[in-house]
Design a protein around this ligand. Sequence first.
Ligand code: SF4
Length: 408
Amino acid sequence: PIALALPKKRASLQSNVVWGSRTVTVGGGAPVRIQSMTNTDTADAIGTAIQVKELALAGSELVRITVNTPEAAQAVPYVREQLDRMGIDVPLIGDFHFNGHRLLTDFPECAQALSKYRINPGNVGKGDKRDRQFGQMIEAAVRWNKPIRIGVNWGSLDQELLASMMDENSKRTVPWDAKPVMYEALITSALESAARAQEMGLPAHQIMLSCKVSGVQDLIAVYRELGRRCDYPLHLGLTEAGMGTKGTVASAAALAVLLQDGIGDTIRVSLTPAPGEARTQEVVIASEIIQALGLRTFVPSVTACPGCGRTTSTTFQELTKQIDDFLRAQMPVWRASYPGVENLKVAVMGCIVNGPGESKHADIGISLPGTGEAPAAPVFIDGEKRMTLRGDSIATDFQAVVENYIQQ
Ligand code: SF4
């Protein structure tokens, strides 16, 4: 028989991201975690707390905030406090660049309130300073017992390291192309920084790695090799993916290939929101990627055909959107009342060509009347035809049938 080729997760250590008495595990046997990042000025503690809340309610299990100035560092404990007051159960990760060593040293309340630190080894300083400043950040992580992510990015790759590797490359009998050298530099920067953090006393399982690039094939090449060379939990994401359809498709293409290989313990979709678009869209896309691969289930799935010349009206499109919106909107309430509701499968189909068949594969499905068909919409529940809806109220009637099914 043909078997499903479900991903076999790469063996990795398990990190504990802790806040108060709560923990989110990343890596090891933990499910692939969704994370995101705010785009507010962290010095605006209220605005930041509100956006963290929105991201958390959308499904982000970890949220990263920028910590770039003394004002931002001072605001971090207040952001945490606001979230605790609102009952928002999500750990905060501090994103540090250039001056993280100073901020983590000078603002111990900030270092304490954060649950994890992101360190970019490409911009912690140059020469001797680099070791000292990187060391200060690791000391803070050891002192406050926090996990870290060593987040390498090809936009801010350690230039000294890259230059020395380019130099070595030029001495090869047959020098490599520039790209493989850069891939090596990305991976080397992450692994050498992790080794140094371990030497300074940070346990290996509290170190997560990322090597982000913005090209799909580059990302796949780098992460396959990074995953092969270590067992640190990996944070996966296509950096600077862009906007809208391009950003969504590029992220889905890259992340799906790697997740199918079992690579990736936590993912972030780095989407540039269109003006007016909610920041939470990146969380929705991340959860859809994970759900589409069958790795986790977050919301009921709605199967729908694209419609064609046999579709008689826009009722079909309206009904599909209405059911999808309705199921998503109800999830925060249903999740608590109806365990397993996220596994529900609903089908909304445009005619009887594939309608009854697809409806029978779902828990509950409807086949709307197509061109030349009787004006009736058979509804299938648990694979059996149970009723036929007619008239102008098919959409609301079907929504009631779905809600009734869930309640029962
Ligand atoms: Fe067209 Fe019917 Fe197929 Fe939908 S199910 S795409 S309406 S033929």
